[in-house]
Design a protein around this ligand. Structure first.
Ligand SMILES: [Zn+2]
Length: 306
Protein backbone atom coordinates (compact mmCIF):
# COMPACT_ATOMS: atom_id res chain seq x y z
CA UNK A 1 0.00 0.00 0.00
CA UNK A 2 2.73 2.47 0.98
CA UNK A 3 4.73 1.62 -2.15
CA UNK A 4 1.60 2.02 -4.31
CA UNK A 5 0.93 5.47 -2.84
CA UNK A 6 4.53 6.54 -3.44
CA UNK A 7 4.43 5.16 -7.00
CA UNK A 8 1.31 7.25 -7.59
CA UNK A 9 3.33 10.31 -6.65
CA UNK A 10 2.09 10.89 -3.10
CA UNK A 11 4.90 12.66 -1.23
CA UNK A 12 3.14 13.51 2.03
CA UNK A 13 3.68 11.76 5.35
CA UNK A 14 2.21 8.27 5.70
CA UNK A 15 1.52 6.42 8.96
CA UNK A 16 0.53 2.74 9.08
CA UNK A 17 -2.12 1.36 11.43
CA UNK A 18 -1.78 -2.38 12.13
CA UNK A 19 -5.27 -2.36 13.66
CA UNK A 20 -4.53 -5.20 16.11
CA UNK A 21 -6.74 -3.48 18.68
CA UNK A 22 -10.19 -3.83 17.15
CA UNK A 23 -12.51 -6.59 16.05
CA UNK A 24 -13.53 -9.83 17.67
CA UNK A 25 -10.02 -11.23 17.89
CA UNK A 26 -8.24 -8.07 18.98
CA UNK A 27 -4.98 -8.25 20.91
CA UNK A 28 -4.65 -6.66 24.30
CA UNK A 29 -1.99 -4.17 25.32
CA UNK A 30 -0.10 -6.75 27.36
CA UNK A 31 0.79 -8.53 24.11
CA UNK A 32 3.36 -5.76 23.67
CA UNK A 33 4.54 -4.39 20.35
CA UNK A 34 6.32 -6.24 17.55
CA UNK A 35 9.76 -4.98 16.56
CA UNK A 36 9.35 -6.45 13.03
CA UNK A 37 6.31 -4.25 12.36
CA UNK A 38 8.27 -1.18 13.42
CA UNK A 39 11.31 -2.19 11.35
CA UNK A 40 9.17 -2.79 8.27
CA UNK A 41 7.87 0.81 8.42
CA UNK A 42 11.38 2.18 8.93
CA UNK A 43 12.51 0.21 5.85
CA UNK A 44 9.83 2.08 3.88
CA UNK A 45 11.26 5.37 5.13
CA UNK A 46 8.32 6.05 7.47
CA UNK A 47 7.94 7.09 11.07
CA UNK A 48 6.75 3.84 12.65
CA UNK A 49 3.50 3.43 14.57
CA UNK A 50 3.51 0.49 16.99
CA UNK A 51 1.02 -2.35 16.50
CA UNK A 52 -0.36 -2.04 20.03
CA UNK A 53 -3.27 -4.08 21.37
CA UNK A 54 -6.37 -2.74 23.07
CA UNK A 55 -5.98 -0.81 26.33
CA UNK A 56 -8.88 -1.57 28.64
CA UNK A 57 -9.74 0.89 31.41
CA UNK A 58 -7.18 0.77 34.27
CA UNK A 59 -4.76 -1.41 32.29
CA UNK A 60 -1.76 0.52 33.57
CA UNK A 61 0.55 -2.48 33.12
CA UNK A 62 -0.46 -2.68 29.44
CA UNK A 63 0.05 1.06 29.01
CA UNK A 64 3.56 0.91 30.51
CA UNK A 65 4.42 -2.11 28.40
CA UNK A 66 3.48 -0.30 25.16
CA UNK A 67 5.26 2.91 26.14
CA UNK A 68 8.43 1.24 27.42
CA UNK A 69 8.71 -1.08 24.42
CA UNK A 70 8.07 1.83 22.03
CA UNK A 71 10.70 3.93 23.80
CA UNK A 72 13.29 1.17 23.31
CA UNK A 73 12.71 0.76 19.55
CA UNK A 74 15.34 2.35 17.31
CA UNK A 75 14.42 5.22 14.98
CA UNK A 76 11.33 7.39 14.97
CA UNK A 77 8.47 5.61 16.71
CA UNK A 78 4.97 6.64 17.71
CA UNK A 79 3.32 4.50 20.40
CA UNK A 80 -0.23 3.66 19.42
CA UNK A 81 -2.69 3.79 22.33
CA UNK A 82 -6.08 2.22 21.54
CA UNK A 83 -7.89 3.42 24.64
CA UNK A 84 -11.24 2.55 26.18
CA UNK A 85 -13.28 5.75 26.51
CA UNK A 86 -13.31 5.49 30.33
CA UNK A 87 -9.61 6.36 30.47
CA UNK A 88 -10.73 9.91 29.82
CA UNK A 89 -13.10 10.05 32.73
CA UNK A 90 -10.78 9.73 35.75
CA UNK A 91 -7.36 8.61 34.55
CA UNK A 92 -6.10 11.42 32.31
CA UNK A 93 -3.68 12.92 34.86
CA UNK A 94 -2.06 9.52 35.35
CA UNK A 95 -2.01 8.96 31.61
CA UNK A 96 -0.25 12.30 31.03
CA UNK A 97 2.29 11.46 33.76
CA UNK A 98 3.11 8.14 32.03
CA UNK A 99 3.43 9.82 28.62
CA UNK A 100 5.78 12.43 30.06
CA UNK A 101 7.79 9.76 31.89
CA UNK A 102 8.43 7.66 28.76
CA UNK A 103 8.72 10.64 26.41
CA UNK A 104 7.37 8.84 23.31
CA UNK A 105 4.91 10.51 20.90
CA UNK A 106 1.56 8.74 20.97
CA UNK A 107 -1.32 8.13 18.56
CA UNK A 108 -4.64 7.71 20.32
CA UNK A 109 -7.66 5.77 19.02
CA UNK A 110 -10.70 5.87 21.28
CA UNK A 111 -13.15 3.00 21.65
CA UNK A 112 -16.79 4.02 21.95
CA UNK A 113 -20.15 2.48 21.04
CA UNK A 114 -21.14 5.59 19.07
CA UNK A 115 -18.96 8.68 18.82
CA UNK A 116 -16.44 9.31 21.62
CA UNK A 117 -16.59 13.05 20.94
CA UNK A 118 -20.30 13.14 21.66
CA UNK A 119 -19.45 12.87 25.35
CA UNK A 120 -18.33 16.01 27.09
CA UNK A 121 -16.18 14.30 29.75
CA UNK A 122 -14.30 12.63 26.94
CA UNK A 123 -13.60 15.83 25.02
CA UNK A 124 -12.46 17.46 28.26
CA UNK A 125 -10.22 14.50 29.04
CA UNK A 126 -8.84 14.40 25.51
CA UNK A 127 -8.02 18.11 25.60
CA UNK A 128 -6.21 17.56 28.93
CA UNK A 129 -4.23 14.75 27.32
CA UNK A 130 -3.06 17.22 24.67
CA UNK A 131 -1.26 19.08 27.46
CA UNK A 132 1.28 16.22 27.71
CA UNK A 133 4.90 17.08 26.86
CA UNK A 134 4.90 14.63 23.93
CA UNK A 135 3.12 15.04 20.57
CA UNK A 136 -0.36 13.46 20.65
CA UNK A 137 -2.02 12.28 17.43
CA UNK A 138 -5.65 11.26 17.05
CA UNK A 139 -6.62 8.27 14.89
CA UNK A 140 -9.95 6.95 13.56
CA UNK A 141 -11.95 10.11 14.13
CA UNK A 142 -14.50 11.95 12.03
CA UNK A 143 -14.96 15.72 11.75
CA UNK A 144 -13.85 16.03 15.40
CA UNK A 145 -10.33 15.53 14.02
CA UNK A 146 -10.50 19.10 12.72
CA UNK A 147 -11.39 20.43 16.16
CA UNK A 148 -8.68 18.27 17.75
CA UNK A 149 -6.04 19.70 15.44
CA UNK A 150 -6.89 23.26 16.47
CA UNK A 151 -6.79 22.29 20.14
CA UNK A 152 -3.19 21.13 19.87
CA UNK A 153 -3.26 17.58 18.48
CA UNK A 154 -0.06 17.05 16.50
CA UNK A 155 -2.07 15.34 13.72
CA UNK A 156 -5.53 13.85 13.42
CA UNK A 157 -6.92 11.23 11.04
CA UNK A 158 -10.40 11.08 9.57
CA UNK A 159 -11.50 7.60 8.46
CA UNK A 160 -12.64 7.12 4.87
CA UNK A 161 -15.32 4.60 5.93
CA UNK A 162 -17.65 4.34 8.91
CA UNK A 163 -15.56 1.52 10.38
CA UNK A 164 -12.36 3.56 10.08
CA UNK A 165 -13.96 6.55 11.81
CA UNK A 166 -14.65 4.47 14.94
CA UNK A 167 -13.34 1.81 17.26
CA UNK A 168 -16.42 -0.14 18.30
CA UNK A 169 -16.53 -2.19 21.51
CA UNK A 170 -16.10 -5.91 20.88
CA UNK A 171 -19.46 -7.55 20.31
CA UNK A 172 -21.28 -4.52 21.70
CA UNK A 173 -24.63 -3.26 20.51
CA UNK A 174 -22.89 -0.44 18.63
CA UNK A 175 -21.36 -2.75 16.03
CA UNK A 176 -22.72 -1.23 12.83
CA UNK A 177 -24.61 -2.92 10.07
CA UNK A 178 -22.94 -2.88 6.67
CA UNK A 179 -22.35 0.80 6.03
CA UNK A 180 -23.70 2.40 2.90
CA UNK A 181 -21.52 4.93 1.11
CA UNK A 182 -21.69 8.22 2.93
CA UNK A 183 -20.51 11.69 1.94
CA UNK A 184 -19.47 14.56 4.16
CA UNK A 185 -21.97 17.43 4.01
CA UNK A 186 -20.03 20.60 4.89
CA UNK A 187 -23.06 22.61 6.04
CA UNK A 188 -24.04 19.83 8.43
CA UNK A 189 -20.46 18.98 9.53
CA UNK A 190 -21.60 15.38 9.24
CA UNK A 191 -21.84 12.43 6.88
CA UNK A 192 -25.04 11.38 5.16
CA UNK A 193 -25.61 8.27 3.02
CA UNK A 194 -25.35 9.07 -0.69
CA UNK A 195 -28.76 7.46 -1.16
CA UNK A 196 -30.45 10.05 1.06
CA UNK A 197 -28.67 13.19 -0.17
CA UNK A 198 -31.28 13.81 -2.86
CA UNK A 199 -34.25 13.38 -0.55
CA UNK A 200 -32.93 14.90 2.66
CA UNK A 201 -30.72 17.85 1.77
CA UNK A 202 -31.82 20.94 -0.13
CA UNK A 203 -31.08 20.54 -3.87
CA UNK A 204 -29.25 23.86 -3.94
CA UNK A 205 -26.54 22.70 -1.53
CA UNK A 206 -23.27 22.60 -3.40
CA UNK A 207 -19.67 22.01 -2.43
CA UNK A 208 -16.74 24.32 -3.05
CA UNK A 209 -14.04 21.73 -2.42
CA UNK A 210 -11.51 21.28 -5.27
CA UNK A 211 -13.07 17.89 -6.17
CA UNK A 212 -16.62 19.25 -6.54
CA UNK A 213 -15.76 22.78 -7.72
CA UNK A 214 -19.19 24.15 -6.87
CA UNK A 215 -21.24 21.18 -8.08
CA UNK A 216 -24.43 20.32 -6.18
CA UNK A 217 -23.86 17.60 -3.58
CA UNK A 218 -26.65 15.46 -5.05
CA UNK A 219 -24.52 14.86 -8.16
CA UNK A 220 -22.13 12.72 -6.05
CA UNK A 221 -24.63 9.87 -6.19
CA UNK A 222 -24.73 10.05 -10.00
CA UNK A 223 -20.99 9.63 -10.41
CA UNK A 224 -19.89 6.53 -12.36
CA UNK A 225 -17.74 5.59 -9.34
CA UNK A 226 -19.79 6.92 -6.44
CA UNK A 227 -17.65 5.37 -3.72
CA UNK A 228 -14.36 6.87 -4.95
CA UNK A 229 -16.04 10.20 -5.72
CA UNK A 230 -17.60 10.36 -2.24
CA UNK A 231 -14.24 9.57 -0.56
CA UNK A 232 -12.42 12.20 -2.57
CA UNK A 233 -15.08 14.82 -1.98
CA UNK A 234 -15.28 14.11 1.76
CA UNK A 235 -11.55 14.37 2.38
CA UNK A 236 -11.21 17.36 0.10
CA UNK A 237 -14.14 19.19 1.77
CA UNK A 238 -12.68 18.51 5.22
CA UNK A 239 -9.24 19.76 4.17
CA UNK A 240 -10.90 22.88 2.75
CA UNK A 241 -12.71 23.43 6.04
CA UNK A 242 -9.46 22.96 7.95
CA UNK A 243 -7.65 25.45 5.72
CA UNK A 244 -10.43 28.03 6.12
CA UNK A 245 -10.29 27.74 9.92
CA UNK A 246 -6.50 27.85 9.99
CA UNK A 247 -6.59 31.19 8.21
CA UNK A 248 -8.80 32.74 10.86
CA UNK A 249 -7.28 34.71 13.74
CA UNK A 250 -9.11 32.48 16.26
CA UNK A 251 -9.70 29.03 14.73
CA UNK A 252 -11.41 27.63 17.83
CA UNK A 253 -13.91 30.48 17.81
CA UNK A 254 -14.38 29.76 14.11
CA UNK A 255 -15.03 26.09 14.89
CA UNK A 256 -17.55 27.08 17.58
CA UNK A 257 -19.32 29.27 15.05
CA UNK A 258 -19.33 26.49 12.42
CA UNK A 259 -20.90 24.12 14.98
CA UNK A 260 -23.56 26.72 15.76
CA UNK A 261 -24.39 27.18 12.06
CA UNK A 262 -24.47 23.43 11.42
CA UNK A 263 -26.70 22.83 14.46
CA UNK A 264 -29.11 25.45 13.12
CA UNK A 265 -29.20 23.62 9.74
CA UNK A 266 -29.88 20.35 11.57
CA UNK A 267 -32.71 21.96 13.52
CA UNK A 268 -34.32 23.23 10.32
CA UNK A 269 -34.09 19.82 8.61
CA UNK A 270 -35.38 18.02 11.71
CA UNK A 271 -38.57 20.08 11.50
CA UNK A 272 -39.62 18.36 8.28
CA UNK A 273 -37.78 15.03 8.62
CA UNK A 274 -39.05 13.23 11.72
CA UNK A 275 -36.23 10.66 11.89
CA UNK A 276 -33.50 13.23 11.41
CA UNK A 277 -30.38 12.53 13.45
CA UNK A 278 -28.49 15.56 14.75
CA UNK A 279 -24.91 14.53 15.56
CA UNK A 280 -24.28 14.78 19.27
CA UNK A 281 -20.59 15.59 18.80
CA UNK A 282 -21.52 19.02 17.40
CA UNK A 283 -23.54 19.82 20.51
CA UNK A 284 -20.70 18.70 22.76
CA UNK A 285 -18.08 20.72 20.86
CA UNK A 286 -20.38 23.74 20.68
CA UNK A 287 -20.96 23.73 24.43
CA UNK A 288 -17.33 23.11 25.33
CA UNK A 289 -15.91 25.71 23.00
CA UNK A 290 -18.45 28.26 24.23
CA UNK A 291 -16.96 27.80 27.68
CA UNK A 292 -13.40 27.83 26.40
CA UNK A 293 -13.53 30.78 24.02
CA UNK A 294 -13.43 34.16 25.78
CA UNK A 295 -16.16 36.54 24.61
CA UNK A 296 -13.64 39.07 23.37
CA UNK A 297 -11.89 36.60 21.08
CA UNK A 298 -15.15 35.34 19.65
CA UNK A 299 -16.48 38.80 18.85
CA UNK A 300 -13.19 39.95 17.43
CA UNK A 301 -13.23 36.92 15.14
CA UNK A 302 -16.85 37.64 14.24
CA UNK A 303 -16.03 41.22 13.27
CA UNK A 304 -13.10 40.15 11.13
CA UNK A 305 -15.27 37.79 9.12
CA UNK A 306 -18.78 39.06 9.69
ZN1 LIG B 1 -16.84 18.47 -2.36
Amino acid sequence: MVRALREHGFTGPILCDANRYSGRRRSTALAGVRAEWTAEQHDLGLTAVTDSGYLAEHDWAGLRRILSEASRQPGEVIAQLPLAARWFEHSVDGLVAELNHFGVPVAVAIEHAKDPFSVRYLIRGFLSLLAADVPVLLLRADVSAIAASFHGAHAAAIGTTVALRHVYPRGGPGTPRLPSIAAFVPRLLDYRPLTTLATQTPPGWSCDCPECAGRPLVTLARSPRPEATAFRHSLSAQLTLHAQLRNRPAPIAGWHELCATALAEHRTLAETLPDWHTPTNLRAWYQLTRDAVPDGVFHQDERAHG
